[in-house]
Design a protein around this ligand. Structure first.
Ligand SMILES: Nc1ncnc2c1ncn2[C@@H]1O[C@H](COP(=O)(O)OP(=O)(O)OP(=O)(O)O)[C@@H](O)[C@H]1O
Length: 232
């Protein structure tokens, strides 16, 4: 079963002014697909279209078998000012009908791993940017969804948090979850993604494995960065 099927004909912020066109790709169970492109290429617009929050979208998005759920990790953490970290997790757990026991059993090890045990009853307003980002990741992992959509994950996280994040993501992929990740950090993307969707000016310029992209760029041994430069 495909976890995400994207068939966007066009999408934009105003009627008649499309910012992306003909963006088509899929994510299979266990796969990590990188959505790559320069500033303004249309990565966020593509993600917003997938999330169903763009106003003007032509095309179709299929998540899982139709009723599929996902966890979205935004680039800018989104949270409630008056709720503690633990209250956020309670809310997320309630949205998936987790019992208190299940919530504790799932959440505690993740909180521990991300080094957030000491601030579990603190408000996110008192957190650093990276800590807020960790809170978003903890919520996502708590849900164990079939699909993760992660927007630019590498900017705020320190090396240790990045490693924990990648390890946990690997476990989730082994469980069968698919991941769509947008990023500018090409050397990390090159190491971890199974496939890439390279976009520029709202359109796909190359799509496939690193070898496919190298072939397209005519750089048989090129890095993703080299290929990216040639293709964009
Ligand atoms: N809220 C908005 N209203 C109108 N146009 C927008 C809006 N957000 C983005 N755009 C335009 O849509 C196009 C694609 O932008 P998008 O934010 O999808 O790029 P991106 O690839 O995510 O870039 P970045 O790497 O800088 O985050 C750009 O031309 C941008 O100016």
């Amino acid at each position: 079963m495909t976890v995400l099927q994207v068939d966007l004909i066009e999408a934009g912020y105003e009627a008649g002014d499309s910012k992306i066109s003909e963006i088509r790709f899929d994510v299979q169970p266990g796969e990590l697909v990188g959505l790559i492109g320069p500033n303004g290429a249309g990565k966020s617009t593509t993600i917003k279209s997938i999330l169903g929050i763009m106003q003007h979208v032509k095309g179709s998005i299929q998540i899982g078998d139709g009723g599929g759920s996902y966890a979205y990790v935004p680039e800018q953490p989104e949270y409630y000012d008056t709720m503690t970290l633990w209250e956020h997790l309670e809310l997320a757990g309630a949205s998936r009908d987790l019992s208190d026991a299940e919530l504790k059993e799932r959440a505690m090890p993740i909180i521990e791993e991300f080094g957030m045990s000491d601030v579990i009853h603190h408000l996110p307003g008192s957190f650093s940017k990276g800590m807020r980002q960790k809170m978003m990741l903890i919520i996502a992992f708590l849900l164990r969804p079939p699909l993760y959509i992660v927007d630019e994950p590498f900017v705020g996280l320190d090396p240790r948090a990045t490693r924990i994040w990648l390890d946990k993501l690997k476990n989730e992929r082994e469980r069968g979850a698919g991941v769509l990740m947008s990023t500018h950090v090409l050397d990390t993307a090159e190491r971890i993604c199974d496939r890439f969707v390279l976009i520029q000016q709202g359109a796909v310029v190359a799509h496939g494995t690193l070898d496919d992209i190298r072939h397209r760029a005519a750089l048989p041994n090129g890095s993703l960065m080299d290929c990216f430069e040639v293709l964009t």
